[in-house]
Design a protein around this ligand. Structure first.
Ligand SMILES: CC(C)(COP(=O)(O)OP(=O)(O)OC[C@H]1O[C@@H](n2cnc3c(N)ncnc32)[C@H](O)[C@@H]1OP(=O)(O)O)[C@@H](O)C(=O)NCCC(=O)NCCS
Length: 207
């Protein structure tokens, strides 16, 4: 196999052709409908395009991502989302193949390491113009990869209980669901990243 091509997502209904670009997390993506996009870490210059295109998101998409309505993305929140501390935060975008600042951003996934340094919380949004193309799955896999490199023991996210798409995506990646006490509308999805102990293995494989 060509060293510049990560394995294609063959098993998926919407395979994404990926080619590595210079930079550890940079890839050129070609979707099954021919659209070409770049996967890359978020840059402070993405703030303005993200602010401008936030209004294109439906109230439902925003509510699913943030669990409450937000009219505008600006100020502190926008800064926190786009100017991240790489020691404790990781954020990738899927954007037009243009320099940051000029490129429209169609999807963002992030992970924030929590106090104590052992767990991380993720958030993800793939806009409906790009949804159902395998990008959510690809972004979550990259988030998990970063979490493993950081030797986190677990990552989790809070998902509205009616968010079938995210719950199905999380489940397909091995996340387990649990209730959040005092918050009946939220499901917490958790993925344990600890290597299985001999005891765990003997439970799943009695041989
Ligand atoms: C949830 C979300 C990230 C999925 O992104 P996506 O790029 O559309 O997902 P993918 O195309 O990679 O699909 C991955 C899996 O998700 C599930 N899925 C995606 N869309 C679905 C839908 N509309 N209904 C049910 N399952 C769905 C499927 O299991 C799918 O796997 P499959 O294609 O093998 O069947 C996207 O819909 C989104 O950003 N929603 C709004 C924000 C949000 O809900 N964020 C989560 C809280 S942090």
């Amino acid at each position: 196999m060509n060293r510049n091509q990560p394995p294609p997502d063959r098993q998926r209904a919407h395979p994404i052709r990926r080619t590595r670009l210079p930079g550890r997390w940079h890839q050129r993506l070609v979707l099954d409908d021919g659209r070409t996009l770049w996967l890359r870490p978020i840059e402070p210059a993405d703030a303005e395009p993200i602010r401008q295109t936030f209004s294109l998101l439906s109230p439902e998409e925003v509510r699913m991502r943030f669990q409450h309505p937000i009219k505008e993305l600006k100020g502190d929140l926008l800064r926190r989302l786009t100017q991240i501390d790489p020691r404790t935060h990781f954020a990738l975008v899927v954007a037009e193949p243009l320099p940051p600042g000029q490129a429209l951003v169609g999807a963002v996934a992030r992970l924030a390491i929590e106090e104590g340094g052992r767990r991380g919380e993720f958030g993800i949004l793939v806009s409906r113009f790009l949804a159902g193309k395998g990008l959510g799955h690809l972004l979550m896999r990259q988030i998990i990869r970063w979490a493993r490199l950081k030797r986190l023991e677990e990552i989790h996210g809070d998902v509205l209980e009616e968010n079938d798409a995210m719950l199905a995506l999380a489940e397909s990646l091995g996340f387990r669901r649990e209730r959040v006490p005092d918050d009946p509308g939220i499901v917490r999805v958790r993925l344990s990243l600890r290597p299985p102990t001999a005891k765990d293995l003997s439970r799943t494989n009695p041989d």
